[in-house]
Unconditional design. Structure first.
Lengths: 133, 124
């Protein structure tokens, strides 16, 4: 299994997404502490999808660049989008009832993080983590 | 996937499963609140050693439970945060501000006893 797709609509799906990512990442040779970082990042992003976007989809994919192996996580929703991305990426900023650590937190857990959001069209987050050689 | 709460002497011990849904967290909260009154417990240890992830959401709920326990007069100690989970929580900027922490169940129970002695020196 080198790719996977998880529909995230309800809060129980957050756990499924986390477990799928952990399962795939484990086959790629990530350390135990990296597996926890990946599972936590997925958890934060999936929670955002359920809370603000009425759900979405998370696609997982194994990456290979030369001898380097990694995991790519693409989280896409068709929710309301984020009005001010810069603000949303600030620690402690929240329009909901969270600690406001979701997106900036996920960025700190992964090696690469990109976010693209359009008002009324949705948000896509792409995160990558590489196995330490 | 449901948390268990056991009574041990004057304390409660809650063991969390590998993952908790929102309703699981609510169940844990309600169970602890109920049991603390029923047994007149002076403290609770919450063992998270089985949990694979402590994200910002779980941390916030755990902090809320600890605060509620303290309002009910019971001390709360969270035990069993694994090295990997501690690393991830630190990266996320998370802290458990409302609960004490200890390495494992034994240390947690000992810490609770100490807290109770500080608070109620006349109680043995």
């Amino acid at each position: 299994m080198s790719a996977d797709r998880v529909v995230v609509r309800h809060e129980a799906d957050i756990i499924s997404a986390r477990q799928s990512a952990r399962g795939l990442a484990a086959t790629l040779g990530f350390s135990e502490s990296d597996l926890i970082l990946i599972a936590t990042a997925i958890s934060e992003v999936a929670r955002n999808m359920v809370e603000y976007a009425h759900g979405g989809e998370i696609a997982l994919r194994a990456l290979q660049e030369g001898s380097r192996r990694g995991l790519e996580i693409v989280a896409r929703d068709e929710g309301p989008g984020i009005a001010d991305l810069q603000l949303a990426m600030q620690d402690g900023y929240s329009t909901g009832h969270s600690l406001g650590l979701g997106l900036p937190g996920a960025r700190r857990l992964m090696d690469e993080f990109q976010i693209d959001s359009r008002l009324g069209a949705g948000t896509t987050v792409v995160m990558r983590k590489w196995v330490l050689g | 996937m449901t948390p268990r709460v056991l009574k041990q002497g004057q304390f409660l011990i809650a063991s969390l499963p590998d993952a908790l849904t929102d309703s699981g967290w609510r169940g844990l909260r309600d169970l602890l609140m109920e049991q603390v009154g029923k047994h007149r417990s002076l403290g609770a240890v919450i063992d998270v050693s089985g949990m694979e992830v402590m994200d910002s959401y779980a941390t916030r709920l755990l902090e809320g439970i600890a605060r509620m326990l303290s309002l009910r007069g019971a001390a709360c100690v969270v035990v069993g945060i694994s090295p990997g989970v501690a690393f991830a929580m630190t990266r996320l900027g998370l802290r458990l501000s409302t609960a004490d922490t200890a390495l494992d169940l034994d240390d947690g129970l000992e810490l609770l006893s100490r807290r109770v002695r500080e608070k109620r020196p006349h109680v043995r």
